[in-house]
Design a protein around this ligand. Structure first.
Ligand code: BDP
Length: 700
């Protein structure tokens, strides 16, 4: 299974380059001590052996053409002057890789302020070889732009994974703490290689059981495995834990006993795991308990937990994913309405974690209006790497394209250029604490992510968390080269496939600003007809609002006025359909079926054209992939080929079902280019998926 090695495939270097590289890496000379330095050496040796089929020897003194690694303070005094200048340019996790001369002796130095930085430098050095870059005059100075680069596992203690499509949870809780699986180490290696420095082990729909002594011991075992790789563990904190685990009859955050309970709990965890990262909390959201249950606010809840972890340098990631069953207002507005008034009231060690869009990880959403609207509060980005609304692990969708689109959006809150990326990396409002979270797509699948291309989304998330300004095209190329083949023809054609794949899924699922029309509960396949659920905002009909007059959600002033939550000039621009980007048209407007769009055709015609385009996009992906056989091992080739067939089948399903459904309202003919649907609407409505993966017990 080549898929298991992810992007860390250390394949033999081609003959012509081999000597050139080997000439530069004679031995590795580590300075200093410690677990992190040890794993850095081990990784370099592992890579070297793969590249050159030879063992990389360790030496205790510099001989020439060596790779010298170590933190700044451990380097010999005669090395330091050559890297001192660079060292002043990096932060505590950054690194310097530089070719220098000691006298006449050339060596490559990999150094940093911290052991973790050295490890990142080593992985970067390895990547340079994986990408076959020259090491001749190597001089790389790099630092992460975001501090907390964290995976969120929505993993339950029974090993089911909420919205997980790659098997069960990789955390084998039952056998922990004794059984340490090699996967845990490889997981840590993979994350460290892309700079991820934190992992939340448990589902946001949390169980308090993970906070019991029995489970803290298990968590400690994982933390011990991850520590050398610079990865901190975090847990989700169920707000009602003091009730469930303590003898308390309240979880009121202002109650002194409750506050003490959390302090004690934090002390208990830190006694075992001194570098425990802190808590992630979903409170008063979709039935989870929270401070509102006691008439208290999100600030009260978050600050109580923040105080409990503060003495240990822990943080709290408090989610802003809230919408109330009692609030009749547009769901898209609620998080903003609830959180923005709290700006400036959270403690310093609280990050408010905000999903990229105001609804829920759709194939496309405008950026969340909270970004930019809470200048006094550190905001953490939450992306979803697992493809809950984007075809599960059956569809090839390259998400860095989506992430990049959001990060590049201009909030205009402080004039032009106030991009979401600048909010997140803290540069816009000079924030000390910064973070980005990604809901993991990892499971027990032999290749970790189920779809071989799901790995690209894990990789891409890490790269963008490190540097939110990275170009998605660069990410695609790197990943393809490291994971599959460096052959130019392969890389060029497949880069195009990756970069187009996100638009393809938007086209065949939710074009022109449509959203949340997936079938209910499991979100597998189309369900625009669903309208019978208790909570209105759980129904697709709530989002598309189709009727004989038109389709779309009016979020302008006469409608829900969600638009008012954005700054000018967005507010003004999007208030008229003519000046709204067509990709967001039906997100903000309810328009007649015969509304004339920029190309002179009707809305109905354009909608049909998008769905058709989506299907054709997948056909094109298939054609390209079929030509890639020679570049890829059979196993991954065939697996991808079969999955693409599922994707095509499902793209057609989406097109047919949604168009037949909307046709009832538009009363217009399907344009000629739409092939006769294989089934009628009744058939599509009748489909059921009782065992669709990814539904958590928390929903039952
Ligand atoms: C939605 C998911 C649900 C999660 C929730 C969340 O459907 O499973 O629990 O978000 O983020 O996307 O809390």
């Amino acid at each position: 299974q080549k898929g298991y090695d992810l992007w860390l495939q250390y394949d033999p270097v081609e003959k012509d380059l081999k000597d050139q590289y080997r000439g530069q890496i004679n031995t590795v000379v580590p300075y200093g001590k410690g677990e992190t330095l040890n794993v850095a050496v081990l990784e370099l040796q592992k890579a070297y052996e793969g590249f050159f089929q030879k063992k990389l020897e360790k030496s205790i003194s510099i001989g020439g053409q060596d790779v010298v690694i170590g933190v700044k303070n451990d380097l010999p005094p005669y090395v330091l002057p050559s890297v001192n200048n660079e060292l002043t340019q990096i932060n505590s996790e950054g690194f310097v890789i530089k070719k220098i001369f000691i006298g006449n002796t050339p060596v490559t130095v990999i150094t940093a302020q911290s052991p973790q930085g050295v490890l990142y430098g080593v992985f970067r050095f390895i990547r340079e070889i994986q990408l076959r870059k020259s090491l001749e005059n190597i001089n790389i100075v790099d630092s992460p732009k975001i501090q907390k680069r964290v995976l969120n596992h929505w993993d339950n203690l029974d090993r089911t994974v909420e919205r997980g499509y790659a098997g069960f949870s990789i955390w084998d809780w039952h056998h922990l703490p004794e059984l340490i699986k090699p996967e845990y180490v490889d997981y840590a290696r993979a994350n460290a290689s892309i700079g991820i420095n934190g992992t939340v082990l448990t589902n946001v729909n949390a169980s308090s059981v993970v906070l019991t002594p029995q489970y803290i011991e298990k968590v400690k075992a994982l933390a011990d495995v991850f520590r050398p790789y610079g990865i901190q563990v975090y847990l989700t904190a169920r707000f009602s834990s003091p009730l469930e685990l303590g003898d308390l009859d309240t979880a009121d955050p202002l109650n002194p006993e409750v506050r003490q309970w959390w302090k004690d709990k934090a002390d208990e965890i830190y006694a075992q795991i001194p570098d425990f990262g802190g808590f992630l909390v979903k409170a008063n959201s979709e039935g989870q308990p929270g401070p509102n249950n006691y008439g208290r606010s999100h600030v009260d809840g978050a600050n109580m937990l923040a105080e409990a972890v503060a003495p240990h340098k822990g943080i709290v990631m408090w989610r802003a994913f809230v919408y109330s069953e009692h609030d009749p207002d547009d769901r898209a507005k609620q998080a903003y309405s609830e959180f923005v008034p709290f700006d400036g009231q959270f403690h310093d060690n609280v990050l408010v974690q905000v999903k990229n869009g105001a609804i829920d990880f759709q194939p496309r959403e405008p950026f969340h209006p909270i970004f930019g609207a809470m200048p006094k509060t550190p905001l953490m980005m939450e992306f979803q790497i697992t493809q809950e609304y984007l075809g599960f692990s059956s569809h090839l969708v390259f998400l860095p394209k989506l992430f990049e689109e959001v990060l590049d959006e201009d909030t205009f809150v402080q004039g032009e250029g106030a991009t979401v990326a600048k909010v997140i990396d803290g540069s816009l409002n000079n924030k000390k604490l910064t973070g980005m979270a990604g809901v993991a797509n990892i499971g027990t699948a032999k290749n970790w992510t189920g779809h071989p291309f799901g790995q690209a989304n894990w990789y891409g998330f890490g790269r963008l968390a490190w540097d939110p300004y990275t170009d998605s095209e660069e990410i695609a190329k790197e990943w393809l080269k490291m994971t599959f083949s460096k052959d130019r023809a392969f890389v060029e054609q497949m880069t195009e496939v990756l970069l187009n794949s996100r638009e393809a899924v938007v086209n065949y699922m939710t074009p022109l600003g449509l959203h949340h029309i997936m079938d209910t509960g499991h979100h597998y396949g189309p369900g625009p007809w669903v309208g019978n659920l208790d909570r209105p905002e759980w129904n697709p009909v709530y989002y598309h609002r189709a009727d004989s007059l038109g389709v779309g959600f009016d979020r302008t002033a006469p409608g829900s006025n969600a638009l008012s939550q954005y700054a000018e000039p967005i507010r003004e621009m999007y208030s008229s359909p003519e000046t709204t980007p067509e990709k967001y048209l039906l997100w903000f407007h309810h328009l007649p079926w015969d509304y004339q769009m920029k190309n002179g055709k009707t809305l109905w015609y354009n909608m049909a054209a998008k769905y058709q385009q989506g299907v054709e996009d997948v056909e094109e992906m298939i054609n390209t992939w079929n030509e890639m056989q020679g570049y890829v091992d059979d196993q991954r080739f065939e697996q991808t080929q079969m999955l693409l067939q599922i994707q095509l089948k499902e793209a057609k399903w989406w097109r047919n079902a949604v168009l037949l459904y909307f046709q009832q309202f538009s009363g217009m003919e399907l344009p000629d280019f739409i092939p006769e649907p294989e089934h009628d609407l009744k058939y599509y409505k009748s489909l059921e998926f009782p065992y669709a993966p990814g539904i958590s017990p928390s929903w039952h």
